[in-house]
Ligand binder design. Structure first.
Ligand SMILES: [Zn+2]
Length: 126
């Protein structure tokens, strides 16, 4: 019934899958909020946000949300993920304040610290 877009099964992979999901959510939350305009999706998204803030598992919920994407785009939450491009050395990189997700964001020189999309907390320099 449920469409799982991720193929990890064992527990170790499960944990990194959760970190991945958190990072993806953190990164793509503004886009997801834009995207989820229907009532059921909105409700699911706010549930995911609440779970993520409480640092509870969200991967399956996120898969539900993304898997049910009626637009049929292949853009999953992973497309904006860090890890693909290593930040340049002269660039300050920020990470989630409590290290719960793997998302990193480049700092804007002399600009404000980036914020975690899930908790709204200022991200910490890595
Ligand atoms: Zn985060």
């Amino acid at each position: 019934m449920r469409q799982i877009a991720f193929s990890v099964v064992d527990e170790e992979a499960d944990e990194s899958g959760e970190r991945w999901a958190l990072g993806a959510l953190c990164d793509d939350l503004p886009a997801l909020r834009d995207h989820c305009t229907d009532e059921p999706e909105q409700r699911l998204l706010s549930r995911i946000e609440a779970e993520a803030r409480a640092r509870r598992p969200i991967r399956a919920l996120l898969a539900d949300l993304i898997g049910g994407d009626p637009s049929g785009t292949t853009r999953g939450p992973g497309s904006g993920l860090p890890g693909g491009g290593p930040g340049r050395a002269d660039e300050e990189v920020f990470g989630c304040p409590d290290g719960a997700c793997d998302r990193t964001a480049p700092g804007v020189p002399a600009g404000p610290f980036p914020r975690c999309g899930i908790t709204g907390l200022l991200m910490a320099p890595r």
